[in-house]
Design a protein around this ligand. Structure first.
Ligand code: MG
Length: 260
């Protein structure tokens, strides 16, 4: 009897995981720091995430730093209005306010907002620490643990410039989808280290277009940043990359094959 109940529980768990993943939109559009530009929202704000969801982007990207007291927060730069994030406490950061009235979002709040829907994935970039490699690894590890704690695995793919942080994230959860940003590893090197794929600068991929085919042959995902020119968007669409990261998701949406 116990065995049957356990099997039923397991089936329920897996069917929910599959359901959550299969509902996400697949249109390659990743909104860079959320969808902020057209509506002049603060980058990485909850409002920019909501706008990316409203637009129907496949993913909404955001950047994660760790405060001095190990709170993960969402912001692009290493500082928030002149306050250095890594050497400030979370409480100190709360003295600052974003232009739309929001406070700096915690990773938990950001994930919780994203988990209210099942169409747009959450592309979590954990930033390399400016203090130490050990801290970069800690941010990778804590990001994965936070996602696990909230049960947000189906929503989240990770990206990072920190090779060491990426490796740490993968060892913390071998099923985590971690793509590498820094452009200094070949597809084969990434595959061997357990990465999910690459997310490289458009200028690098223009020089090394063969890496897209190599990555595909290895079963790695391909993504490019930050692609705002129509000709680059079209070039990447023709090559069949998996994702395109852009500040202008509205423009990319008009170029998709289904819109032509
Ligand atoms: Mg980023």
């Amino acid at each position: 009897m116990q065995k049957i109940i356990f099997s039923l529980l397991l089936m329920t768990f897996f069917s929910q995981a599959i359901l959550a993943q299969s509902t996400f939109i697949q249109n390659k559009i990743i909104a860079h720091r959320g969808a902020w530009k057209a509506k002049e929202l603060p980058q990485n704000s909850i409002a920019s995430l909501r706008e990316a969801i409203r637009l129907g982007c496949e993913g909404s990207e955001f950047d994660v730093w760790m405060t001095a007291d190990e709170v993960l927060v969402v912001n692009h730069d290493h500082e928030l209005q002149g306050m250095d994030i890594e050497t400030s406490t979370y409480e100190q950061l709360l003295t600052k306010t974003l232009s739309n009235g929001e406070k700096i979002p915690t990773l938990k709040a950001y994930l919780s907002e994203g988990m209210t829907q099942k169409s747009t994935k959450l592309i979590l970039e954990f930033k390399p620490s400016l203090i130490s490699v050990a801290r970069s690894e800690r941010v990778g590890e804590l990001s994965v643990k936070t996602v696990q704690e909230l049960g947000a695995q189906a929503w989240v793919d990770y990206i990072t410039f920190s090779y060491e942080g990426g490796v740490k994230a993968i060892s913390t959860d071998p099923k985590a989808n971690v793509a590498y940003l820094n452009g200094d590893k070949s597809p084969l090197e990434l595959k061997e280290a357990g990465f999910f794929g690459f997310d490289y600068h458009i200028s690098l991929l223009r020089r090394m277009p063969q890496w897209i085919a190599e990555a595909k042959a290895l079963g790695l995902t391909t993504n490019a940043w930050t692609v705002n020119k129509e000709e680059d968007m079209n070039w990447l669409l023709e090559l069949g990359v998996n994702f395109i990261t852009t500040d202008e998701p509205e423009k990319l949406a008009t170029l998709l094959p289904s819109k032509k």
